[in-house]
Write a protein that binds this ligand. Structure first.
Ligand code: BTN
Length: 145
């Protein structure tokens, strides 16, 4: 009984100290992914809504690549997390395609922030019969530039 009354407060103190020191992962800033694409996320508002721009290093379109706008949302529940989930859409300004990304912002063991994402790239096709080949899927990992 004595052991439990000592152990429990110490456990709570240790957990509290850990969460005080846990670095929060923030989406705001400029990022580069494993393909060499860059994106900038402007400030995230109180509702978790954000906007920014995306400069892709690669494209499925023959058109000249141009910087494109993105709009997204970060999860900001009552129980706000230090490693939040998020999603954003890139509306490509130089093609008829749209990409949606979903992911989570992590802090690694060295305190470095990393965005682990999955994406769906929807290309435009001229007819319904081509719908089957219109969506690509993949992953991207972003680190701060
Ligand atoms: C297009 O091909 O029509 C627009 C460019 C798509 C670029 C894709 S989106 C997913 C992947 N991650 C990137 O950084 N670029 C490619």
């Amino acid at each position: 009984m004595v052991q439990a009354t000592l152990f429990l407060p110490m456990l709570f103190l240790a957990l509290g100290a850990h969460s005080l020191h846990a670095k929060k992962c923030s989406l705001t800033g400029t990022w580069v992914n494993d393909l060499g694409s860059n994106m900038t996320i402007e400030s995230v508002d109180a509702e978790g809504v954000f906007a920014g721009s995306y400069h892709t290093a690669v494209s499925a379109s023959p058109n000249e690549i141009k910087k494109s706008p993105l709009q997204g949302s970060q999860q900001k529940g009552r129980n706000q997390k230090s490693q939040p989930t998020f999603g954003f859409t890139v509306n490509w300004s130089f093609s008829d395609s749209i990409t949606v990304f979903t992911g989570q912002c992590f802090v690694d063991d060295d305190g470095k922030e990393v965005l682990k994402t999955m994406w769906l790239l929807r290309s435009h096709v001229d007819e319904r019969g081509d719908d089957w080949k219109a969506t690509r899927v993949g992953t991207n990992v972003f680190t701060r530039l």
